[in-house]
Design a protein around this ligand. Structure first.
Ligand code: ADP
Ligand code: MN
Ligand code: MN
Ligand code: MN
Length: 337
């Protein structure tokens, strides 16, 4: 019987990239090959030369449609010579992984996000004419006054498992209506593939609840936490001893590395990295054991065991995971080589 393949790709939206998808019906036994779309409608081409090529790079079962239906994540290529489109950030992540594969870089990304009530435009749990009680009881909380949207989170988590994604956990976050899921630990390219598909599934499932998912970095100004994408990283050497952990932190702290990394860490980074709400200021760099006010945290178990991984707390929730994973792989693996 014919089946449905949801082709997905990353668009050219500015300043924050979005995932898009369209459906292709394939005959029984047919495999999903290259396809295309109108790049002039996604900020990736002009109308007179509008075609952009979709090249399948990752596929998995479609947990929403079920049956034989699949999700097909694609990278974007130019029609002229099938080289990467300028907005194809996966290609650089793949090149970095190939270059440093012998160091076995792996990632765990913590995707924070905020559920927005479309009738108020405010986060779920914020009353129409006022504010909820201050932050404190919401993080990992339970109970109807504290928690908003759990039905959606449960469905999304199971959908990620059914799709075979490397989802490693979920939790309610510090601000009402704010949640997190984690993808990892997997390599430089896989973490981006799985994170983008997990975002797609979240947005898609949220349609049925008539709530909007926002990955904005600071959805509520004032005394409310922003939304980040903490990036946990290790190489084989870091998983075996402590010196490479410190060397990795030092490599991330040079003036050049700080500037390059912040430029790739998402839209509105200055609004979120204020020095308050469990962040270090964007114009300061620091690392420390257990320090959630540092740019990079070394988890306490890592200091105790003398090996493990580091957590870069700076990337925004709206960052492109391929850009973030390329930056950490290139900066740290070059230093440890
Ligand atoms: P936090 O305490 O900061 O909230 P989380 O439990 O949300 O931490 O996320 C930690 C992430 O780190 C998980 O995705 C996990 O898979 C990942 N992780 C664990 N070990 C490693 C490692 N050695 N290298 C990279 N990532 C790792
Ligand atoms: Mn977390
Ligand atoms: Mn978190
Ligand atoms: Mn974290």
């Amino acid at each position: 019987m014919a089946y449905q393949a949801e082709y997905m790709w990353i668009d050219g939206s500015e300043p924050t990239r979005e995932i898009r998808g369209k459906t292709r019906i394939l005959a029984d036994g047919a495999t999903p090959g290259i396809w295309g779309y109108d790049g002039s409608s996604t900020n990736q081409a002009t109308g007179d030369n509008s075609d952009v090529v979709l090249n399948p790079v990752f596929q998995c079962p479609d947990p929403i449609r079920g049956g034989d239906n699949i999700l097909v994540l694609c990278e974007t290529l130019l029609t002229e010579d099938l080289s990467p489109h300028p907005t194809n950030t996966r290609a650089a992540a793949a090149a970095a992984l190939e270059k440093y594969a012998d160091q076995e870089p792996i990632f765990g990304l913590e995707q924070e996000y905020t559920l927005i009530n479309p009738s108020t435009g405010w986060p779920a749990g914020f009353p129409p004419n006022g504010f909820p009680a201050p932050q404190g009881p919401y993080y990992c909380g339970v109970g109807a006054l504290k928690i908003h949207g759990r039905d959606l989170i449960e469905l999304h988590t199971q959908a990620c498992i059914d799709a075979g994604l490397a989802i490693s956990g979920t939790n309610a976050e510090v601000m009402p209506g704010q949640w997190e899921f984690q993808i990892g630990p997997v390599d430089t390219v896989t973490v981006g593939d799985h994170l983008w598909v997990a975002r797609y599934l979240l947005y898609r499932l949220a349609e049925d609840f008539e709530v909007e998912v926002s990955i904005e970095a600071k959805p509520m100004k004032g005394d409310w936490n922003g939304a980040g994408m903490h990036t946990n990283f290790s190489t084989k050497a870091m998983r075996e001893s402590y010196d490479p952990i410190i060397a990795a932190c030092e490599a991330m702290g040079t003036e050049d590395a700080v500037a390059r990394h912040l430029a790739g860490y998402g839209t509105g980074i200055e609004d979120r990295l204020t020095g308050a709400h469990e962040t270090q200021r964007f114009d300061q760099f620091s690392y420390g054991v257990s320090d959630r006010g540092a740019s990079i945290r070394i988890p306490w178990q890592v200091a105790r065991d003398g090996k493990g991984y580091i957590e870069d707390r700076r990337p925004n929730a709206n960052a492109d995971p391929y850009v973030v994973s390329e930056l950490l792989t290139s900066t740290i693996c070059a230093a440890l080589a």
